[in-house]
Design a protein. Structure first.
Lengths: 457, 236
């Protein structure tokens, strides 16, 4: 009975890898074109000068860094959530973890590119890399941007590993079913996986180590992103609350991104039986929790500043509260706090569509939050004579649109080559699959290893 | 070792902007044209801030020349990931154009907003391209630049003093920044703060003196002189 169910799971989850429809090619083509548009815009900008953007004095940072913080925030979906869920061994995590981890890897690649696009002279970005050269010049390790560079690279490396490790048994599964070139490629990717008890044991330990190691890495990454702002003596940037505030915001937007991705996958890949209402319920609860935490941080940040009534900070405060940036602020509060609170605190409204609507709101709201952190503070710096404003230029908008397309493109390609739900983890779980299987005897590692080995044949 | 500084007498400044023009000419600073200026991309290393005081018709106009304050504890320096922005032994906040990759972090961190950025490659209409100062490099697109206290003049004066003066030291007044030299009202005085007898030292110690945004603890090398703190004095 187990075998029948298992083979159905395998068939269901491998289906996207086996057939490719015309629609798929059209989608990839469209997304690729939009992504390319962003790169072309970057090329234009490099050729004619960064003046094509709307950046000016005093607003020297704009959409590129807003989107950088936004995507690094989205990247916290994955790894952190899946690491925590793995550690506490939440059984419902099984079909969710890989979609989450893939978001992390792709969002980091996209987010990590944006600071390069933002540079005035991107062709010299390698000055950031500490390499020994004849002049004995090193990068400045006191600069938060330098910390950022290391933090993001560390996180990218760690989360790629974390994504890759649990894929090994699935690669082996595909290898054993494939022929020709595919067999060679998946064979290489499965790094000699045979499903022996020893290998299972090592995989389990490696994943456990990575799950623990990735949590401080993830927390530090967004803390350091916040340090890019908090270290500067700029009104409303120079704040001790920024570290935890950014981490909470990152996880918040990350969960929202994950919910949206899962809803799309569910519909497009017909995974209704795998990504069920239960998963959205659970993630919706988590989103609600983060919404409350986010609200708490915003409240304590703004109350402190208002009460302190600092000469330099109040212009920024009022600009975002009642002034020219106030519409963005109140839309942000509505999207990040009011909407999730209404939709997610009520059992009846916390349906799949309810969660998706709340998540779309949160993604918009968190983007606005980053805008409100970057632009108003720079517009209203200490000397009133230099106050200014900002409107994005066309390359900035083109690049922003293309980052979303790039995310969708990478994801679309990913699901074509790799089962988006971890097959072995799903089977291993006690999760109600298409046909719930008995969970009487808890299986030990060798037993499962043997079964997996048998299955491969 | 010298410590370069400046005293700006706000009671003397007439707001004629001769210093701004002289600075542009001396340091090969491009002009950006009206459209770019409207976007807030002017490149003046030194600007005259204008403040109106009182209600019409009893209005008074005040000027404040703002240039790089060459802070001892400069917010712009530690944030630069490539050491393009660094502190010299003589207290200058130097900018190494060749090292600058254009993160613009320094410009955000600077509380005085005196750093300017090359949003495009600079252009000079003919024949203005022939009057560039050969002692100053021309900067390309994507590079941050700022007031150097006319470091090329400082270096010239040092060589000159070494060759001609018995003690090898620069005589106070022999070295002037372009802005100080062009100031008809003598509102700008440049010199060595380490030399207790220099005019800039004397003025910097004046009871009229204060530092711009001194409360931030940046330790500016520029002292502003004024009879009374006009922007805090309320009714007069």
């Amino acid at each position: 009975m187990n075998l029948a169910t298992d083979s159905r799971i395998t068939a269901d989850l491998l289906r996207p890898l086996l057939g490719t429809s015309g629609k798929y090619y059209v989608t990839v083509g469209l997304l690729g074109a939009v992504t390319l548009m962003g790169l072309v815009a970057w090329g234009y900008q490099m050729y004619y000068g960064i003046g094509l953007t709307g950046l000016n004095s005093p607003v020297f940072w704009g959409f590129y860094l807003i989107n950088f913080v936004f995507w690094i925030g989205i990247s916290h979906a994955g790894t952190l959530i899946s690491a925590i869920l793995r550690l506490i061994d939440a059984p419902w995590r099984r079909p969710v973890t890989r979609c989450a981890e893939a978001i992390t890897a792709f969002a980091l690649v996209i987010g990590g590119t944006l600071p390069l696009i933002h540079l005035g002279r991107p062709w010299l970005f390698f000055y950031l890399i500490p390499f020994p050269d004849g002049r004995g010049l090193w990068p400045n390790f006191r600069s938060p941007l330098m910390w950022d560079f290391f933090a993001i690279n560390t996180y990218l490396l760690a989360s790629t590993l974390f994504l890759f490790l649990p894929m090994i048994p699935d690669f082996a599964l595909i290898r054993d079913r494939a022929t020709g070139i595919r067999r060679t490629i998946y064979g290489a990717l499965s790094v000699g996986w045979r499903g022996t008890p020893k290998q299972w044991h090592r995989l389990e330990s490696a994943m456990q180590i990575m799950a623990i190691a990735i949590i401080p890495v993830a927390v530090s990454v967004h803390t350091i992103v916040s340090f890019d702002f908090a270290m500067a003596v700029v009104p409303m940037w120079h704040s001790t609350v920024f570290g935890p505030y950014f981490v909470a915001g990152a996880i918040f937007s990350g969960i929202a991104g994950l919910i949206i991705a899962m809803a799309i996958l569910r519909r497009v890949l017909r995974l209704e039986q795998y990504l069920t209402a239960l998963h959205f319920q659970k993630l919706g609860q988590l989103l609600l929790l983060m919404s409350l935490l986010w609200g708490y941080f915003v409240f304590s940040e703004r109350l402190t500043i208002w009460y302190g009534n600092d000469n330099h900070e109040m212009p920024v405060f009022w600009a975002t509260f009642t002034g020219e940036y106030a519409p963005f602020f109140w839309v942000m509060v509505a999207c990040n706090f009011v909407l999730p609170l209404i939709l997610l605190s009520n059992q009846k409204l916390r349906t799949i569509s309810g969660c998706v609507v709340a998540s779309c709101g949160v993604v918009l709201g968190m983007w606005l939050e980053r805008f409100l952190i970057v632009v108003p503070s720079l517009s209203y710096r200490q000397l009133p004579y230099t106050w200014g404003s900002y409107m994005p230029g066309w390359p900035e908008i083109a690049v922003m649109v293309s980052t979303f397309a790039a995310m969708a493109l990478l994801y679309t390609l990913f699901v074509k080559f790799i089962p988006i739900i971890s097959i072995w983890e799903f089977k291993d779980g006690t999760h109600p699959g298409p046909e719930p299987r008995p969970i009487a005897e808890p299986r030990t590692l060798p037993a499962r290893g043997a079964e997996a080995a048998g299955e491969a044949l | 070792m010298a410590k370069w500084g400046m005293a700006v007498d706000l009671d003397r400044c007439t707001g004629c902007e001769a210093c701004v023009t002289a600075c542009h000419a001396e340091n090969n600073i491009p002009t950006v044209g009206p459209e770019e200026a409207d976007k807030g991309r002017t490149m003046h290393w030194l600007r005259i801030e204008r403040y109106w005081e009182g209600d019409f018709p009893d209005v008074q106009l005040k000027f404040r020349p703002v240039l790089c304050q060459h802070c001892d504890n400069a917010p712009c320096e530690p944030v630069c990931p490539t050491y393009a922005s660094y502190h010299t032994d003589e207290g200058l906040n130097a900018q190494v154009y060749n090292r600058c990759i254009g993160t613009r972090y320094c410009a955000n961190a600077c509380s005085y907003n005196v750093r300017v950025f090359n949003f495009f490659n600079p252009e000079w209409e003919k024949p203005l391209d022939l009057q560039l100062n050969p002692d100053v490099s021309v900067r390309e697109v994507g590079v941050m630049e700022k007031c150097t206290f006319c470091v090329q003049r400082i270096n010239d004066a040092k060589i000159d003093a070494k060759a001609n003066n018995e003690d090898g030291l620069i005589v106070d007044g022999a070295l002037q920044s372009a802005c100080a030299q062009s100031c008809t009202a003598k509102a700008l005085v440049f010199g060595d703060l380490e030399d207790p007898d220099s005019e800039v030292s004397r003025l910097s110690g004046s009871a009229r003196g204060s530092k711009l945004l001194g409360e931030l603890g940046t330790g500016p090398a520029v002292t502003y002189l004024q009879k009374e703190s006009w922007y805090e004095s309320g009714d007069r």
